[in-house]
Design a protein around this ligand. Structure first.
Ligand code: MGD
Ligand code: MGD
Ligand code: SF4
Ligand code: MO
Length: 739
């Protein structure tokens, strides 16, 4: 290279038209000089780098356009195998929430008068360690616990879990993934022997019959829905959802099942398949066990016997069974309509059973497929050290503890031998005074937990509550004694694992405001301050951490020891687990179980089933409606700490809480659209704007979860196997508000 070439400016200007039509100038930069992150930025010719979205579990690839090394805007990545150039409104607007005025830019400590006051990091770290240590000394190591998230990068959640449990001696830590994916985890573990969603997104395109259960893809996973639309096989699209959702409107078949009647409904479908001998006997024999018991269980679930309970005519159930039989490739997908239920684990397994008995698994366009929620719910399930030991291991297995301790080079006694309490049990232990210190990271309990008034009261009992968040204004941060300011998506490096088990790389493309730090760095600082920093000497960077996790995962179903480094993930367009060391990465899309072998000893999947039980609170004369809750629009994310900060997104959703109610009910109550209604449950009340719509059936109403009021009403109950809350069923009363 000549001197002239070397000195030639490394920038080139270009004019780009943004998605909103505005023109913008992009500059091509040398990433090593101006790059903000530790990751070498894969430069595209126009001065941009790649990343993956930090909202939902679809895990879309984004092209982030840079100026002076920092993000100026973004566009969907046209080469990424997940989204193929598409993104939903949240993805397009992902950079905007980083600029919000209420970012936590410095730690805050509650002063004697009860006000949160800004303090230096040194003070925050001192108080953090002193208060938690005092509590542990007075009440035992397990009197302090943590609640983590599915929204940090894998490396951060792993470091948090290791620091809290191995370093600080906590026994109990759970995550908001409990609210979301715990049911799928429990169902897969019991049925397949490991928590393993088997599919790849290509299965949406390769199915003849796509069965969506309690999943509103058009709103919650819009880009997965785009993958459905790319299906060229003219598929039957079946939606099983009490509401006529946007997805149901676009389906070929909609079964508006009565809420929480799924278990009997799916047993009836299985009953018909068995009655007609529409089963895959060879697959049952080779790859499953327990089918004959299941077959006996099905005898009482004829369509006629359950039709009334499910609100679906006999012919409807017969038709669905026929569709499943006639479809060469049938895929079953479920989301929160199933997971959030008092008997969700068994419902998920009823769906799994349908795939098993018809041999619809391990082949293109098939599968019993749980769709995840948050960008890194899968990371939380396998690598957060909360419900399971790092890398899909078990705390209760001596050989697992020894293996992990050996690789981490820590004394094996530092690893707890018992499982954590679940989220609801941690809160219960706070209520009874057993847990007195709580560290909440990247979740907004005071808004998103069920029976909110009670949850807030419980948080108020804590001797010391630390909240680590991007914003100091969240409902939970407002209840904290100490707020630690965290960098968010786009301000740090690391990996997310999407719904189809794909590791994607998120990069630092923007500086965190003030003295906010990446969660990874906060955890490292705390480790040093606590006095256990030496245990984490191998955890030098997020990338080194992923390599460490790769070594830990060796030999597990989620083995990722073949992922060499971040560059490999970036260049490959993401990498699905498993990828054991030495395995060549030949394809961009892979599914599990193509050999018909599952993870139980013996390799067989199990048929698991149970009697159905009614939910604990059902409508009565005083509270005559069933309250359903869920996602409202594709522009709103959960408790709205991020999406409420974008003026563009604000145009796309109603500002205030609204309630959807059927025209017949509205007429009876004298309610019309635009009016305000009072919604009351035995636990709380809310005011909502009335939306009269036939999309909800008579006797049911729907409230979106994005408004804080909704969870004042919800009933505190969990599935017994997964301990996941059942957010989608309780009894409420609806009345016009007095003018
Ligand atoms: N825009 C947007 N997208 C998101 C999110 C977001 O906040 N905003 N969150 C992400 C997360 S974390 C998650 S977990 C997913 C959730 O994604 P989804 O589960 O698709 O969303 P929900 O609206 O919670 O629930 C889905 C449907 O379940 C139905 N349902 C309720 N009760 C029952 C029942 O008893 N049986 C059946 N069969 N269906 C029932 C509801 O009517 C609802 O339409 O979305 C992810 N994507
Ligand atoms: N009624 C009802 N309630 C529900 C549901 C429902 O369907 N109905 N769905 C449930 C489900 S599936 C879910 S997943 C939960 C979600 O519930 P939450 O997890 O409470 O919701 P989020 O608003 O996503 O909260 C994430 C928090 O993390 C912060 N954050 C984001 N990125 C980072 C980061 O990198 N570092 C740090 N430290 N903080 C960060 C955000 O500012 C925000 O405060 O809600 C559950 N609640
Ligand atoms: S679909 Fe999910 S991952 Fe894709 S852009 Fe939207 S929020 Fe991000
Ligand atoms: Mo979720």
């Amino acid at each position: 290279m000549s001197t002239r070439e070397k000195k030639a400016p490394s920038r080139k200007s270009n004019i780009f038209r943004r998605w909103d039509g505005k023109l913008t100038t992009e500059l091509v930069l040398e990433p090593s000089k101006f790059g903000l992150g530790h990751v070498p930025k894969k430069l595209t010719p126009n001065g941009a780098t790649t990343s993956v979205c930090g909202f939902c579990s679809t895990g879309c690839g984004l092209t982030v356009h840079l100026r002076d090394g920092a993000a100026v805007n973004l566009t969907p990545d046209t080469n990424y195998p997940v989204n193929l150039g598409m993104a939903c409104p949240k993805g397009w607007e992902a950079l905007t929430p980083l600029q919000a005025d209420d970012r936590a830019t410095i730690p805050y400590l509650r002063d004697a008068s009860g006000k949160l006051q800004p303090v230096e990091w040194a003070v925050a770290l001192d108080v953090f360690c002193k208060r938690f240590k005092e509590i542990q000394q007075a009440h035992g190591a397990d009197s302090v616990a943590f609640i983590s998230t599915g929204q940090m990068v894998t490396e951060e959640m792993a470091l948090l879990g290791a620091l809290a449990k191995f370093g600080m001696g906590m026994l109990h830590g759970d995550g908001n993934t409990r609210q979301c994916m715990a049911t799928a985890v429990a169902a897969y573990k019991q049925s397949f022997g490991f928590d393993a969603p088997p599919y790849t997104y290509a299965d949406f395109e390769e199915s003849d019959v796509i069965v969506l259960v309690g999943a509103n893809l058009c709103i919650a996973h819009p880009i997965m829905w785009q993958r459905v639309l790319r299906n060229r096989r003219n598929p039957k699209i079946v939606v099983i959802d009490p509401r006529r959702t946007e997805t149901a409107m676009n389906a070929t078949h909609h079964f508006p099942i009565l809420p929480k009647s799924d278990l009997s409904f799916f047993y009836a479908i299985a009953h018909v398949l068995l009655r007609e001998s529409w089963v895959d006997a060879a697959f049952l024999e080779k790859s499953t066990e327990g089918f004959s018991d299941f077959a006996a269980h099905l005898s009482e679930f004829s369509p006629a016997a359950v039709s009334e309970l499910c609100g679906i005519p006999v012919e409807g159930m017969e038709e669905l069974a026929r569709l499943i039989h006639e479809g060469k490739r049938v895929s079953f997908w479920w989301t929160m309509g199933v997971n959030q239920s008092h008997e969700g684990t068994r419902v998920a397994q009823a769906i799994i059973n349908l795939a098993l008995m018809t041999g619809n698994i391990g082949k293109p366009g098939t599968g019993a497929n749980s769709i995840t929620g948050q960008c890194n719910a899968m990371g939380s399930r396998l690598f957060s050290n909360t419900t399971g030991l790092l890398g899909g291991h078990e705390f209760t297995k001596e050989e697992h503890r020894a293996k992990v301790a050996g690789i981490l080079n820590i004394p094996v006694e530092r690893i707890p031998t018992v499982n954590s309490l679940a989220y609801d049990q941690i809160l219960e232990a706070v209520r009874t005074g057993k847990i007195r210190g709580l560290w909440i990271i990247a979740t907004n309990t005071a808004h998103s937990w069920m029976h909110q008034n009670d949850a807030i009261e419980i948080l108020g009992k804590l001797d010391f509550l630390v909240v680590q968040d991007m914003y100091h204004t969240t409902e939970t941060a407002q209840a904290a004694h100490l707020v630690l300011p965290a960098a968010g998506w786009g301000e740090k490096d690391g990996t997310f694992i999407n719904s189809e088990r794909r590791f994607g790389l998120a990069k630092k493309v923007s500086r965190a405001p003030g003295v906010a730090l990446a969660d990874f760095n906060i955890f490292k600082l705390i480790a040093n301050h606590w006095g256990c920093g030496g245990m984490f000497s191998q955890w030098t960077s997020p990338e080194a951490t992923l390599q460490l996790l790769g070594r830990i995962s060796k030999g597990q179903p989620c083995d990722i020891s073949g992922i060499a480094d971040y560059r490999m993930i970036d260049n490959a367009g993401g990498i699905q687990w498993p990828l054991p060391e030495g395995t060549p990465l030949l394809e961009t899309e892979r599914r599990l179980f193509s050999d018909g072998c599952f993870y139980h000893p013996g390799g067989k999947a199990k048929f698991i089933f149970a009697k159905s039980t009614p939910p604990p609170e059902v409508p009565d004369a005083a509270y005559p409606f069933i309250l359903l809750t869920g996602r409202g629009t594709s522009a709103q994310w959960h408790t709205q700490t991020r999406t409420a900060k974008s003026a563009v997104l604000q145009q796309l959703y109603p500002k205030e809480l609204y309630i959807e109610i059927n025209p017949a009910d509205a007429a009876r109550l004298g309610l019309s659209s635009g009016q305000k209604a009072k919604v009351t449950s035995r636990r709380g009340r809310a005011e909502a704007n009335v939306v009269v719509t036939a999309c909800v059936n008579p006797g049911q109403v729907f409230l979106p979860m994005h408004y804080a009021e909704t969870n004042r009403l919800t009933y505190p109950m969990v599935d017994p196997y997964s301990r996941q809350p059942s957010y989608k069923y309780c009894a409420v009363r609806v009345q016009p508000c007095k003018k």
